[in-house]
Design a protein around this ligand. Sequence first.
Ligand SMILES: [Mn+2]
Length: 327
Amino acid sequence: MNRYKKILDNLSKATSVCLIGHIEPDADALCSMIVMREFIIKHFGIKKVDIFAESDGLANNYLPIIENVKINKSFTKYHTAIMMDSPNLDRVGKYKILFDKAKQTFVIDHHNTNLRDGDFNIVEIVSSTCEIVYKILKAYNYKFSSKIYGKIYAGIITDTNNFSVGAITKNTFKIASACFNYIDSGAIYNNFFNSNTIRNMNLLALAIQNIITLEDGKIILTQITREQARLYKAKFDDYTGIINRLATISGNCLVCFVQPKDNQYYVSMRAKRGYDVAMIAKKFGGGGHIGAAAYLSNKSIKEIEEEVLKEFLEQVHQNKKISTKIF
Ligand SMILES: [Mn+2]
């Protein structure tokens, strides 16, 4: 029997299901949950399947993913909980309680820092949670609509920064290729990559002005202070993409961007091949992938940058001989 079916056939026992994504869900989290919700309703005939993800307010370009599905219904107990696109229970914030109260729990995720918190865990180090969801639906011979293909593709391109980072394999391209005939790939790309707001660009400008480079530009550190954030009335999604833009600066190996998040700071990091920021994020209570990871901190910006810099310097000093060959 197919390994996905062996695990997920347990869903037939469920009377209600909640899908829980990480705090400030990204396109992969939202797309994978929306697709999974439809699949569970239609395949298993379960009527109550709801989606939860703690957020400051979702960016406008995420609204086409959700359509008219209600997110975060005020319902407190579900028979079954599925945590998706989240490496551990801390990453789902206040909705952790739904997972704790459920009779059976599942985890579907692609982060290599995943703690396998579920009774059943489908954890694969692949491009995106959407890639796993695609394989699950295929295992059940589920009939794909063009909307499902589009959402799977959106999850893949956003989590891989358009096929450039993350655990991309031949299979990632195969799945993207299977989606291709049913989607408008240009429109999906535009919706997620060419959708910066003026406030977003202003914050990027500020982050660029605040840059400090070390080790001949191999290390880049920058931040937006609480004062600056207040001045620009910045919400969490206004920072979207800034770290990826910083990572485009030529010659960098490790990038760190610190931004205010409620009373804490959100620390995002990016690493080029041969470097590892997942390890650093994990050390400070966060998670992610080798090339892209993040954590939340109660420390000051100065303390955060000191702790990150120490780790960055260690990696730069160890990694003198990384091949720069591209062909
Ligand atoms: Mn993801």
